[in-house]
Design a protein around this ligand. Structure first.
Ligand code: NAD
Length: 256
C-alpha cells in the first residue's frame, strides 16, 4: 500500500512546473494521494490546468487568497466533491517588486499589508476553512517559508517580516488545531529558481552564496522540498507539529 493511498490533498500555489508547490504535488501524487489545485487568475489557469489534468486532477479552481469569497467557494467544492480533506499545502507569497529591492525602511503601509495578507494571513484563513473537513482524518497542513524570517537577507525585506509572522502562525495554529489531530508545519527552503524568486533583487547572488557556504556545498532543488513535504504530510511525520524544518543544504546552521 502506498503512503498516501486514499488521501485527498488541496494544493495552493502552483504557477507553473517550476513552482515548489508543483514539486510537492508530484511527490504527494507519486505516493498515491488524489490532488485538487487552485490558481490565482486566468493567466495562470492556462499553465496550471494542463499540469493538474496531467496527473488526473479534476478539481481545479480559481482562488485569490485575498478574497474570502474565493476561499469559501474552494472549500465548499471540496466538501461537495470529496466530503473531507487530509492535506493542505500552502505555497503562496507576494510582495510589491519595489519592496524587494529598496531599503526596508521605505516599505509603505499598503505594501506591508499586501505582503502580510497574501503571504501570512492566507494560511490562517485556509486553515480555518480546512479544519472542519479534516475532522477525524489526522489532517496535515504545510506551508513554505524562508530563512529571511530569522536573519537579514538583503532585499528580502517585508517578505522576511511576513515569513516571521507565517512561522509564528504555524506554531499558534499547531496549538489551536492539535486537539483535533491536525498538524501544522513549515518547510524553510533554500533558494530555488522560480517565478516568485525572480522578483527578488540579487537572487543569483543568493544561490552563489549558499553553494559556497552551505555544509553540503550546493543549492537544493524543488524535488528535495517535495520529498520532505511527503514526510511531513504523511504518517511518517505523525508526531511532528508546529515545526519549521530547514531544507537548505544546512546553510542556516552556519555562523562563519
Ligand atoms: P511560485 O511563483 O511558483 O509560487 C508562488 C505562488 O503564489 C504562485 O502560484 C502565485 O500564483 C501564488 N500567489 C501569489 N499571490 C497570490 C494570491 N493573491 N492568491 C493566491 N495565490 C497567490 O514561487 P515559489 O518559489 O514556488 O513559491 C512558493 C512558496 O515557497 C512561497 O511561499 C515562497 O515564499 C516559498 N519559498 C520559495 C523559495 C525560493 O527560493 N523559490 C525559498 C523558500 C520559500
Amino acid at each position: 500500500m502506498q503512503l498516501l493511498e486514499g488521501k485527498k490533498a488541496a494544493i495552493f500555489g502552483v504557477a507553473n512546473d517550476r513552482s515548489i508547490a508543483w514539486a510537492i504535488s508530484e511527490a504527494l501524487h507519486g505516493a498515491g494521494a488524489e490532488l485538487a489545485f487552485t490558481y490565482a487568475g486566468e493567466v495562470l489557469e492556462k499553465r496550471v490546468r494542463p499540469l493538474a489534468e496531467g496527473i488526473g486532477a479534476h478539481i481545479i479552481l480559481p482562488c485569490d487568497v485575498t478574497k474570502d469569497e474565493d476561499i469559501e467557494k474552494v472549500f465548499a467544492t471540496l466538501k461537495q466533491e470529496w466530503g473531507g480533506l487530509d492535506i493542505l499545502v500552502h505555497a503562496i507569497a507576494f510582495a510589491n517588486k519595489e519592496d524587494l529591492s529598496q531599503a526596508y525602511v521605505r516599505t509603505n503601509r499598503e505594501g506591508f499589508h499586501l505582503a502580510m495578507d497574501v503571504s501570512a494571513y492566507s494560511l490562517v484563513a485556509l486553515a480555518r476553512h480546512a479544519v472542519p473537513l479534516m475532522e477525524g482524518r489526522n489532517g496535515s497542513i504545510l506551508t513554505m517559508t524562508y530563512m529571511g524570517s530569522e536573519k537579514v537577507i538583503p532585499n528580502y525585506n517585508v517578505m522576511g517580516v511576513a515569513k516571521a509572522a507565517l512561522e509564528a502562525s504555524v506554531r499558534y495554529l499547531a496549538y489551536d488545531l492539535g486537539p483535533q489531530g491536525v498538524r501544522v508545519n513549515a518547510i524553510s527552503a533554500g533558494p530555488i529558481r522560480t517565478l516568485a524568486a525572480a522578483g527578488i533583487s540579487g537572487f543569483k547572488d543568493m544561490l552563489h552564496h549558499v553553494s559556497e557556504r552551505a555544509p553540503l556545498k550546493r543549492n537544493i532543488d524543488a524535488e528535495e522540498v517535495g520529498k520532505t513535504a511527503l514526510f511531513l504530510c504523511s504518517d511518517l511525520g505523525s508526531a511532528i507539529t508546529g515545526e519549521v524544518m530547514h531544507v537548505d543544504a544546512g546553510y542556516n546552521i552556519m555562523g562563519m
